[in-house]
Design a protein around this ligand. Structure first.
Ligand SMILES: NC(=O)c1ccc[n+]([C@@H]2O[C@H](COP(=O)([O-])OP(=O)(O)OC[C@H]3O[C@@H](n4cnc5c(N)ncnc54)[C@H](OP(=O)(O)O)[C@@H]3O)[C@@H](O)[C@H]2O)c1
Length: 251
C-alpha cells in the first residue's frame, strides 16, 4: 500500500484526492489547515490543523509512514510550502508541487502589478470607487489604513469577529462563480476597482474577465517565492507523477 499525503485547501487538491482514491493500492490522506469551519471534504482520509512547523511535519511524515508528499496548497500559502520542502528532505519523502499556472494580462485588462498586500493597499489610494477585495480574509489589516473607503469582501463563511476594515460589506458565497455572477456583483455594488491575488486557474478567473469587460482596473498581487522542486500544473500530471513514483518504489 502506497501512503500519500496531500497538503490541501484547494479545489485541485480535492480533485486529486478524489481521483487517487479510485486507484487500488493507494491510501490518500489530505491535510487541511482548518481555516474553514465546514470545508468541502475530499475522498479518502482527512486530517486537520497545523503540524507544528518543519519539525512537526517531518515527524508526521515519518510516524505516518508517508511514501509520497504532494503540496497542492494555494500558491499564496508559502509558509506551508517551504515547510513541506524542508520536511520532505529531512524525512526522505519525495515531494511534488501541484501549482496551477498564473494568469497573464490580456488585451483589455487594466492591471497594476504589486508585490504584496501592503503595496496593494498603498496603490489603492490612486484609484477611486468601491473596492472588491478578493484576497481571502487573512490579510485584511493593511487595508485598515484606508479609513472610510468602501470595501466589498466575499467569504465562504461569515467572519467570527470584527473586521479590521471600517466600511466592509461582506457578501456570502462559495466559488466557483461564473462571468454573469461576477458582472452582477460588480453592478450591484458599483465596484470601481478590484484587488486580487494572482491565484491562477479557472475557478477564480471570472472576476478577472468581468473586470476586463467592464473596463474596471485590477490591482494584481504577484505570487510569493515558492521552493524549488518538481512541479506540475494539472491534476492529470500529478497522477502520472504518482504512478511513476509508485513504479520506482516497487522496483
Ligand atoms: N493563502 C491563500 O490565499 C489561500 C487561498 C485559498 C486557500 N488557501 C488554503 O488555506 C490553507 C492555509 O493557507 P495560509 O496562507 O494560511 O498558509 P501558510 O501561511 O502557508 O501556512 C501557515 C501555517 O498554516 C498551517 N497550514 C497551512 N496549510 C496547511 C495544510 N494544508 N495542512 C496543515 N497545516 C497547514 C501550517 O502550520 P504548521 O506550521 O503548524 O504546520 C503553516 O505553517 C492552505 O492549506 C491553503 O491551501 C490559502
Amino acid at each position: 500500500m502506497l501512503r500519500l499525503l496531500i497538503l490541501g485547501g484547494t479545489a485541485d487538491a480535492r480533485a486529486l484526492a478524489d481521483a487517487l482514491v479510485q486507484r487500488s493500492g493507494i491510501e490518500v490522506i489530505t491535510s487541511l489547515a482548518g481555516r474553514t469551519r465546514a470545508p468541502r471534504l475530499p475522498a479518502g482520509l482527512v486530517r486537520t490543523g497545523g503540524f507544528g512547523g518543519v519539525t512537526g511535519l517531518t515527524n508526521y511524515l515519518t510516524e505516518a509512514r508517508i511514501d509520497l508528499l504532494i503540496d497542492a496548497t494555494h500558491p499564496f500559502a508559502a509558509v506551508i510550502s517551504r515547510n513541506a520542502a524542508e520536511a520532505g528532505t529531512q524525512a526522505g519523502v519525495p515531494r511534488l508541487m501541484l501549482l496551477r499556472p498564473e494568469w497573464t494580462a490580456q488585451g483589455g485588462d487594466r492591471w497594476t502589478m504589486v508585490a504584496d498586500v501592503n503595496e496593494a493597499a498603498d496603490r489603492l489610494a490612486g484609484f477611486p470607487g468601491t473596492v472588491f477585495l478578493a484576497i481571502g480574509r487573512q490579510e485584511l489589516e493593511p487595508f485598515a489604513r484606508l479609513g472610510d473607503r468602501r470595501f466589498i469582501l466575499r467569504m465562504v463563511e461569515p467572519p467570527t469577529g470584527a473586521l479590521p476594515i471600517t466600511d466592509a460589506h461582506v457578501v456570502a458565497g462559495r466559488g466557483p462563480f461564473d462571468l454573469d455572477q461576477e458582472m452582477a456583483l460588480f453592478h450591484d455594488h458599483d465596484i470601481g476597482i478590484v484587488v486580487s491575488k494572482n491565484s491562477g486557474g479557472a475557478s477564480a478567473y471570472a472576476k478577472i474577465e468581468a473586470a476586463r469587460s467592464a473596463a474596471i482596473p485590477v490591482i494584481m498581487i504577484k505570487r510569493p517565492d515558492l521552493p524549488d522542486g518538481c512541479r506540475v500544473k494539472t491534476v492529470e500530471d500529478a497522477m502520472s507523477w504518482v504512478e511513476d513514483r509508485r513504479k520506482l518504489l516497487v522496483d
